[in-house]
Design a binder for this molecule. Structure first.
Ligand SMILES: [Zn+2]
Length: 452
């Protein structure tokens, strides 16, 4: 399954005749913001809108957007989200309240002018107020542009709420390339992490028989190829470079749509990022951007994958591994360091992987050992840690978790335990079954220490 462009609209073979996917029109290209009124007219969304932006995104794209709309005969009001000085704007009660109260006079539709948080706020209000929205992206920083769930903060806790997907998504590379470097590298990290997701999915297919959606896997493979083929372009923030990242992010979003789940795009590298975010939020401390966390996490797991591949399966001590896994108290002691008491208690109620029986253990152990050679064979496509380091060096971006604000001890606890965040089979789970997760995590940490 290939993707292509038709008048700047992103199209995927055999998916939809009229739109990019479902009823979403995605436009990607250089200088296409000026066509936005035309895109809106084509969808009959109306003549009055509310633009949601913050002061940075309004400067980056909002001013020009308002002018384009005016020329197209569309009346636009602006809701400029309150500036929070040193703190980031969040998708929380304050922002949602502000946008809700700006729905007077009543618009026909909303426009999210921004990236992650602004889209989350707008998709949620769009859903609640039953008004369609369109999105004008200002950064290639995350894969959630087409998402129907909005990660939000409520009562200072992370929650997920239903939201709408945009009817139209306009991604102008002229705008994306002017985004702060940090946002672009975050987008890169979010896509690059799919190497881990792909590897984990392939392993699960072998050892548990989990079905692979070949189309989704194919799209992710194309996205990764585009990304690694354009590292210099990305480092120099050219139109081509930004296009490579945004296509990767969009393809990832599309696989979530077509498969109805995030299997193709998120595994332990995302789990670890989520755990970091939850724990930092809980501690009232600042946390990195989603893609920054995922990209950083991916580096550690690529290194761990290298050690994983070198495991001498004939020397694994089954009895010891079993004892380690099934000794509830000791196991819980480790897990609680990773997740914290209340978070872990909540996970234990739903996650099967936190309540494995001896029978489950035997099943997994036998299947891994029996299929070891096949597992190694499918992992050839994984990039090495050296390659990863070279890329981040080119970006001038640190690779150490501590440098993006994650405490060393938290990192040490999350590396071998991130798999227990959800019931999704991955190589960290496999390492736990084999009883080698802690050792391999330690080795990777040691290598990172040598990189200081
Ligand atoms: Zn992501």
């Amino acid at each position: 399954m290939n993707y292509y462009y038709e008048n700047d609209m992103f199209r995927i073979e055999g998916i939809s005749k009229e739109h990019t996917i479902s009823d979403i029109d995605i436009y990607i290209g250089k200088g296409i913001l000026r066509n936005t009124s035309g895109y809106i007219q084509k969808r009959n969304l109306g003549k009055k809108c509310l633009i949601v932006a913050d002061k940075n995104t309004y400067r980056a794209a909002g001013t020009e957007l308002a002018e384009v709309l005016r020329q197209g005969g569309i009346l636009a009001d602006v809701c400029l989200l309150y500036d929070r000085e040193d703190e980031r704007i969040e998708a929380d009660e304050l922002s949602v309240g502000q946008v809700m109260m700006s729905l007077e006079p009543e618009p026909d539709f909303l426009i999210a002018c921004g990236s992650g948080v602004i889209n989350d706020i707008t998709r949620f209000v769009s859903f609640i107020a039953n008004k369609p929205f369109i999105s004008v992206g200002t950064a290639a920083s995350m894969d959630g542009y087409t998402s129907v769930t909005a990660p939000m903060i409520f009562d200072r806790k992370k929650i997920h709420r239903h939201g709408n997907a945009p009817k139209i998504l306009v991604l102008d590379t002229e705008i994306l390339k002017n985004a702060p470097n940090e946002l672009t590298i975050a987008g890169f990290g979010d896509v690059y992490g799919k190497f881990i997701a792909k590897a984990d999915w392939l392993i699960s297919n072998i050892t548990t028989g989990e079905k692979i959606d070949e189309q989704a896997l194919d799209l992710i493979t194309q996205a990764l190829g585009k990304l690694t083929g354009n590292v210099d372009e990305i480092a120099n923030a050219t139109d081509e470079g930004l296009k490579a990242i945004i296509e990767g992010l969009i393809l990832a979003g599309i696989t979530i749509f077509t498969t109805g789940q995030t299997r193709a795009v998120a595994s332990v590298e995302h789990n670890q990022g989520h755990v970091w975010e939850t724990r930092m939020l809980e501690a009232g401390r600042p946390y990195p951007l989603h893609g920054t966390a995922v990209g950083c996490s991916t580096g550690y797991y690529l290194r761990m994958y290298e050690y994983f591949k070198k495991t001498d399966i004939s020397r694994i001590d089954r009895g010891k591994a079993k004892q380690r896994f099934l000794n509830r108290d000791a196991f819980r002691e480790r897990a609680v360091k990773c997740f914290g008491e209340s978070f872990l208690s909540a996970l234990e109620k739903t996650n099967k992987c936190l309540n494995l029986t001896e029978e489950d253990f035997d099943y997994h152990y036998d299947s891994i050992v029996k299929n070891w050679d096949r597992i190694l064979n499918v992992l050839d496509f994984l990039p090495g840690w050296e390659e990863y380091k070279k890329i981040y060096k080119k970006f001038g971006h640190p690779i150490h978790a501590e440098k993006i604000g994650i405490p060393s001890d938290l990192l040490r606890y999350t590396l071998p335990c991130s798999t227990f965040y959800r019931d999704r089979y991955d190589f960290v789970f496999v390492m736990n079954i084999l009883g080698i997760a802690d050792d391999i995590a330690e080795k990777a940490l040691e290598d990172y220490r040598r990189e200081e």
